[in-house]
Write a protein that binds this ligand. Structure first.
Ligand code: ATP
Ligand code: MG
Length: 662
């Protein structure tokens, strides 16, 4: 550990989680991958990925696996020709046409099973419909919908005709939609009349109309009837989805695309800065998403797999649409929130459909912890063979809770680290091979190269913390930022690359430490790292120490300016169930952190709150808590899911003593 007041270049590693979980023998014996030799195979990453790429349906095989000569702009599977929908749909028809692709579960309770043949036919019908609206190969189509079956159909119909889709999460405002349509210059928008959310209706078409009023590129709007409410339809511009596909042939030849043609643009959620249009292409992306889906979730033919993300996020693109469909998987597609009509909705769905793999987010898991164990305990969750998480670091106690109450202490947990930019999972256990440790995403997948480096880009020895980087290209990597290649190169390859030495390193924006076994522990965004008396401390470690206390469900900490220590740690804590926040509990929690990870990390102040401010994808938004702690005017709250809570927290913070330090 660095001396007091002596700034250290990297991030300190304070937590010392010692529990380990080896894959149960029974699981390992039946796993798709059960030999550690796969990691050695992955070292020759080009050949590794070339071998895996045989699993896709190519029209014309590639002549070269990787072209990195124009780094940092990568090309994978040069000259390869394919259409992703032929891998995702056509090839399943002969043997698995009647297999269910999606069990759709509507929030109000309506349910529908869609087979691969039905999915194929409706995708073709919509593809024909888009043709009739004049959408051509390379055109952009914006998609702004709720989680209904027509949403994956819309993505696939675009892919069928070689158009580029740009999905905008249905919880975003009309301004956010407008910005994204304008940046992509989308020609057509596909939306819904309304969507169901938490028992209420969200006026998607209304928001869409407001956005289009200032988005001149839109020529047509296709509207899926979901709730059936009357919505304004503009003559000549707007058309109902069912009218568009009515009478359209249930066949539509797939347009041949190049391996490097764009498949989609997806804007990063905007937790930080102006949204970036992340561009993903065809062959490498489909390979990365399908290979990792099968390997990490150990997908088998008869599984019923459920990823609870929204298709508006990359997790939904890769692990509800492209990965699972390429693998011919049966998925659950759920429209609504986890607490409608009651806090056991997820568990009810798992019991009913005998879900075998569940993939969800730490934010959801911590919320379930807060609600209490009675809800999962109402249901038989024994069908679950494996459970996964993505989106934020998972605090070890949340991991343990997930393992015990959801996984029944038998289902391996896969904590998967990746980003919109990476396209698919990068760091994660292979459930039949890798020993897990609660809170660690473990090690890079085969074929992926990662490192933890210091300020100068030198690899940090095991046991230390620093910046997480990716050391060589991977198939599903982003190719550029739409219309802004310079910003792409600067943002992701500017910090640690040495162009003069032709040395290219992708910097992910996250901090990580590596333990003595080489396991990666994600520490959150480096922008959030606090500097207390010269110690660079990650928010995650203090938060995890707080969540380790039996009364705490969730915690967020930030560094607020302090004249003596540089920054002081301000904590915001949500308690479990009916626990009451008292002065005594504050003292207890401060001691708990001191014992768990050291006095230096003890919060200077703790405020109890019913909720934490979160982005629409459910991630804690620390910069607003920093504004509150430093009594500044609040920054931009438009990407916040629960804007009201920040005012409530600000009031509580002002009322509590500013410093509880002894
Ligand atoms: P924006 O880039 O717009 O600010 P975002 O980074 O939240 O938003 P995503 O691409 O969905 O958008 O999320 C990727 C980030 O989520 C990672 O960089 C990391 O910070 C975090 N993350 C994802 N999975 C994990 C994980 N398993 N462990 C730790 N952190 C994770
Ligand atoms: Mg990001």
């Amino acid at each position: 550990m660095a001396e007091r007041n002596e700034p250290s270049a990297t991030i300190e590693a304070l937590m010392n989680e010692q529990r380990t979980f080896t894959p149960p023998l029974e699981f390992a014996n039946q796993a798709n991958i059960n030999s550690p030799s796969i990691y050695t195979e992955g070292e020759d990453f080009e050949n590794f990925w070339a071998k895996q790429a045989e699993s896709l349906l190519w029209r014309k095989k590639w002549t070269q696996t990787l072209d990195w000569s124009n780094a940092p702009f990568a090309k994978w599977f040069i000259d390869g020709k394919l259409n992703v929908t032929e891998s995702c749909l056509d090839r399943h028809l002969a043997d698995n046409g009647d297999k269910v692709a999606y069990y759709f579960v509507g929030e109000p309770g309506d349910e529908r099973a869609v087979t691969y043949r039905q999915l194929y036919e409706e995708v073709c019908q919509l593809a024909n419909g888009l043709d009739s609206l004049g959408v051509a190969k390379g055109d952009r189509v914006a998609i702004y919908m709720g989680m209904v079956v027509e949403l994956p159909i819309a993505l696939l119909a675009c892919a069928r005709i070689g158009a580029t889709h740009s999905v905008v999460f249905g919880g975003f405002s009309s301004d956010a939609l407008m910005d994204r349509i304008n940046d992509a210059e989308a020609k057509v928008l596909i939306t819904c009349d309304e969507s169901w959310r938490n028992g209420g209706k969200i006026a998607l078409k209304g928001y869409a109309d407001a956005a289009i009023a200032e988005a001149p590129s839109i020529e047509h709007v296709v509207v899926v009837k979901r709730t059936g409410s009357e919505v304004p339809m503009k003559e000549g511009r707007d058309i109902y989805y069912h009218d568009l596909i009515k009478g359209q042939p249930k066949e539509r030849a797939a347009t041949e695309t190049d391996s490097e043609d764009p498949l989609f643009i997806l804007y990063t959620s905007g937790t930080t800065g102006k949204p970036k249009g992340i561009v993903h292409t065809t062959g490498g992306y489909l390979l990365g998403s399908s290979y990792t889906h099968k390997a990490v979730f150990d997908i088998k033919d008869n599984d019923v797999y459920w990823c609870t993300a929204d298709i508006g996020w990359v997790t939904g693109h890769s692990y509800i649409v492209y990965g699972p469909l390429a693998n011919g998987t049966t998925s659950v597609l759920y429209e609504g929130v986890p607490n409608y009509p009651d806090e056991d909705r997820y568990w009810e769905i798992i019991e009913k459909y005998k879900v075998t793999q569940l993939y969800t987010a730490p934010t959801a898991i911590r919320t379930f912890m807060k609600w209490g164990t009675e809800f999962p305990e109402r249901h038989d969750l024994s069908s679950l063979k494996l459970i996964g998480t993505v989106g934020e670091p998972i605090n070890p106690e949340a991991w343990i809770w997930y393992n015990k109450y959801i996984g029944g202490e038998k289902a391996p947990i896969v904590d998967t680290w990746w980003q919109t930019e990476t396209g698919h999972i990068m760091i994660s256990p292979l459930p039949g091979v890798t020993t897990t440790k609660p809170g660690s995403a473990t090690i890079p997948l085969p074929g992926i190269g990662a490192d933890v480096v210091d300020e100068e880009g030198n690899s940090v020895p095991f046991g230390g913390g620093g910046y997480l980087v990716l050391t060589h290209p991977w198939p599903g990597m982003l190719r550029t930022i739409f219309k802004d290649p310079q910003r792409f190169a600067d943002t992701y390859y500017g910090r640690f690359s040495k162009p003069e030495e032709n040395h290219w390193v992708y910097f992910a924006g996250d901090g990580a430490k590596r333990d003595n076994d080489g396991y990666y522990w994600l520490l959150g965004r480096v922008d959030d790292v606090m500097n207390v008396s010269g110690h660079r401390i990650s928010t995650l470690e203090v938060e995890s120490a707080l969540v380790d206390h039996p009364d705490v469900a969730e915690a967020a900490v930030v560094g607020r300016n302090d004249p003596i220590t540089g920054q002081a740690i301000a904590a915001f804590v949500t308690l479990k169930g009916h626990v009451v926040g008292t002065e005594q509990l504050i003292a207890q929690l401060r001691n708990h952190v001191a014992e768990k990870i050291g006095k230096i990390a003890r919060p200077a102040s703790i405020v109890f709150t019913d909720e934490l401010p979160k982005t629409r994808s459910g991630k804690i938004m620390r910069r607003l808590l920093k504004d509150i702690s430093e009594q500044r005017k609040l920054g931009d709250v438009t990407t916040l899911a629960n804007a009201d809570v920040v005012h409530d927290i600000a009031a509580r913070a002002a009322a509590s003593t500013t410093s509880q330090e002894d």
